[in-house]
Design a protein around this ligand. Structure first.
Ligand code: SAM
Length: 300
């Protein structure tokens, strides 16, 4: 039986070309093919290092047809390095599906360590690095995004998000409304000329980016919740139970009205109902006043 080739997962720099590793250069030179997200982007990198290995395109929109082709080549004994435009393949980039298919086909996967924006941002954030979670890009639709954020309401680990510059202010505002004025950091243009680490509270960061138009690539690192909300029916549980936002709203409204009828002032009634459901006061306010979903149509 023919010996299978190896699938190398090969990180590339996230800005500074000197961040390519010696091993990555060796592998990129030695493999039979390089599967690349955007062959034009990768060609620039290869030209810079005088690497002549043939390229095959593999991206989100052709992975259904190109995946089996790459697996066949691997089964024929060809070695392939998978790269994306920047950073580590499989992290908010194509790669996961090919890895799964390769494992199914009995192919050896060799991951190379290297550049990854999430970890660079985390370690420079000044926030806890002891325990963290990576959330990638938040969903674009307000309702999906809010649902994801509710799931994170009690998350105590440091949370890492990727975000585009045109959405950063809005996202920082949503994070502040949802989680309160927590500490956070925005890592911008890491390893490039305009590298910047903005650190402070979410309010400080909103102010920072409202002063000058945000540009470049960005990672948000957010402090985790201070302590676990001691409530079995916290947001995560609510969604596990498949409680829709409408159901949550009805429940919240009923609790709020009950508190009013007991003589609580409006704000106090809202805080109490929110706490009972494991939500922050701001989350509860937004759900009750139906602010979520309103801006969806304006989103890109
Ligand atoms: N696979 C990549 C990695 O390993 O980090 C991530 C690719 S994802 C499509 C691109 C996102 O990563 C950007 O929108 C930004 O959030 C983040 N990113 C990539 N390069 C960056 C940089 N130099 N500085 C800050 N963030 C960066």
């Amino acid at each position: 039986m023919e010996k299978h080739g190896i699938l190398y997962l090969c990180p590339t720099p996230i800005g500074n070309l000197e961040d390519i590793t010696l091993r990555a250069l060796k592998i990129l030179n030695e493999v039979d093919y390089i599967a690349a997200e955007d062959t034009r982007v990768t060609l620039k990198l290869l030209n810079h290092f005088n690497i002549k290995t043939p390229l095959i395109s593999y991206h989100e929109h052709n992975k259904k047809s190109q995946g089996p082709r790459l697996i066949s080549l691997l089964q024929e004994g060809k070695n392939i390095a998978l790269v994306t435009d920047a950073g580590t393949p499989g992290i908010s980039d194509p790669g996961e599906d090919l890895v799964k298919d390769a494992i199914k086909a009995g192919i050896n996967i060799v991951p190379l360590p290297g550049a990854i924006a999430a970890i660079c941002a985390l370690v420079a954030s000044g926030l806890s690095t002891e325990r963290f979670v990576f959330e990638g890009f938040l969903p674009k639709k307000n309702q999906d995004r809010d649902r994801r954020l509710f799931e994170l309401a009690t998350e105590q680990r440091t949370i890492i998000f990727y975000e585009a510059p045109h959405r950063i202010i809005k996202t920082l505002k949503v994070l502040k409304d949802t989680f309160g004025n927590r500490k956070a950091a925005v890592a911008r243009e890491m390893t490039k000329i305009h590298e910047e680490f903005a650190r402070g509270t979410l309010e400080d960061l909103i102010q920072r980016f409202e002063e000058a138009k945000p540009k470049g690539e960005m990672v948000i690192v957010l402090e985790g919740a201070k302590q676990h909300i001691n409530n079995e029916r916290g947001p995560a549980t609510l969604f596990e139970d498949e409680l829709s936002l409408d159901q949550l709203k009805s429940k919240l409204k009923a609790m709020f009205e009950k508190n009013i009828s007991k003589g609580y002032a409006k704000n106090q009634a809202l805080r109490k109902a929110a706490k009972e459901l494991g939500l922050s006061r701001n989350e509860a306010y937004r759900i009750l006043t139906d602010e979520h979903g309103k801006e969806e149509d304006r989103e890109t």
